[in-house]
Design a binder for this molecule. Structure first.
Ligand code: SAH
Ligand code: SF4
Length: 393
């Protein structure tokens, strides 16, 4: 096994302390932790829940960052908040817009690290693809992120902060008193950016709770999809504690092939993964699981694979999302041909499963699935390449 032990941290109810000499950032605290943090800074216990609820609504429902604008709080209290706290988000350092409307943001988090966030507009929805870690501990052989070591887990604030900066950019925070607009630009979230979300479980859970809160960002749990490479012990917790939709990076129909593509398979093989998946829909009360399947020429794309796949998932309510491989410089695989992908899809479809072929989006700005990697890392690579070309490397 190549992955390290998961780094987790429970921030449920612990009051947040200020960084050395600085202000405490309130973004990413659970409701309970927000109350505790207010109490720790002098808000009377009896008032804390109500004050936390009010501040919560300003931050997550209205997108307000400035305590002075939180007009249902007394002026003196607002000044006190200003002294101790801040509403801080990751900083957007660049934005690229694809010819197809896809937007890719590079955001900088504490420590100077960078992660990528992608917004994909479609006719009936707008999906934001967010990251959960800088880099990844896993080393899936077809994934660009997998070639970058794990730098660190994102905090809950940095995860929910990605949604908030995208809403800023899309300019869609509601205005108090205005009629409710149901046609949101940012209507869906997929945890399919950088990192393995189930190796950062608590922070992902707390962030998604904020995203789903009816007095906050207000996204339905059915509009949030968490993608995992197969961290089997955390799948039940995802159903019980988050209850969002689940996607699983399946990608192969034999352990031999999956071991080579998704190395976590050596720890939890296909049989163990399928057992965990069988229980998911019931516990989370979601209709079906999405099986992601990257189409790699000559590796996992035969008719036999398609038939084996259908047999393996028998009895699991499922949709199979076929992802044409997104090539990246130096990738060891090629994308399957369109004809091969269609033939594969056809076998699955005839067996009674939806088998959509994902249209690659934002290819011109390297925004497609599995291509996300921090710019600093890329810059380092390209500097190395330049040095090599110049005979210096
Ligand atoms: N770590 C999680 C989520 C991030 S990856 C996971 O592995 O599920 C999101 C999806 O993109 C996964 O299904 C992943 O297997 C897929 N992916 C990674 N690299 C890809 C590439 N180069 N082309 C197409 N899909 C890729
Ligand atoms: Fe990590 Fe997912 Fe990429 Fe695998 S596919 S290396 S788990 S981000």
């Amino acid at each position: 096994m190549t992955n390290k032990a998961p780094i987790t941290q429970d921030v449920m109810t612990i009051p947040r302390k200020p960084p050395e000499g600085g202000k405490v950032n309130l973004v990413g605290l659970t409701r309970a932790a927000l109350s505790e943090t207010l109490i720790a800074h002098g808000t009377p216990e009896k008032q804390a829940r109500m004050r936390a609820g009010q501040i919560w609504q300003w931050i997550y429902q209205w997108g307000v960052r400035d305590f002075a604008a939180m007009t249902n709080l007394a002026k003196a209290y607002r000044a006190e908040l200003e002294d101790h706290f801040e509403v801080a988000l990751p900083e957007v350092v660049s934005k690229q817009v694809s010819t197809d409307g896809t937007r890719k943001y590079l955001v900088r988090i504490t420590g100077g690290h960078e992660v990528e966030v992608v917004y994909i507009p479609e006719a009936d929805r707008g999906t934001l693809c967010i990251s959960s870690q800088v880099g990844c501990t896993l080393t899936c052989s077809f994934c660009h992120t997998g070639t970058q070591k794990l730098v660190r887990n994102l905090t809950a604030g940095e995860i929910v902060g990605q949604i908030m900066v995208a809403r800023d950019d899309l300019n869609e925070w509601p205005v108090p008193g205005a009629p409710k607009d149901e046609t949101r630009l940012l209507s869906n979230i997929v945890l399919m950016g950088m990192g393995e979300p189930l190796y950062n479980f608590e922070n992902v859970r707390d962030a998604m709770k904020i995203a789903m809160d009816p007095e906050g960002i207000q996204l339905s749990r059915r509009r949030i999809t968490l993608s995992t490479s197969g961290v089997v012990p955390e799948i039940h917790r995802t159903a019980a504690e988050i209850g969002c939709m689940l996607a699983v990076s399946f990608h192969a129909t034999t352990d031999e092939v999956r071991d080579g593509l998704v190395p976590i398979n050596k720890k939890w093989n296909i049989a163990a993964l399928l057992d965990a998946l069988r229980a998911y829909p019931k516990v989370s009360n979601s209709e079906r699981i999405t099986f992601e399947y990257v189409m790699l020429n000559g590796i996992n794309d035969s008719d036999e694979d398609a038939r084996r796949l259908v047999k393996l998932i028998e009895g699991i309510p499922a949709k199979i999302n076929l992802i044409p491989f997104n090539e990246w410089p130096g990738a060891p695989y090629k994308r399957s041909s369109n004809n091969r992908i269609r033939a594969f899809a056809d076998i699955i479809y005839k067996a009674g499963y939806a088998s959509p072929i994902r249209t690659p989006r934002g290819e011109d700005i390297m925004a497609a699935c599995g291509q996300l990697k921090s710019a600093t890392e890329r810059a380092r690579k390209s500097r190395a390449a330049i040095a090599a070309e110049a005979g210096l490397g």
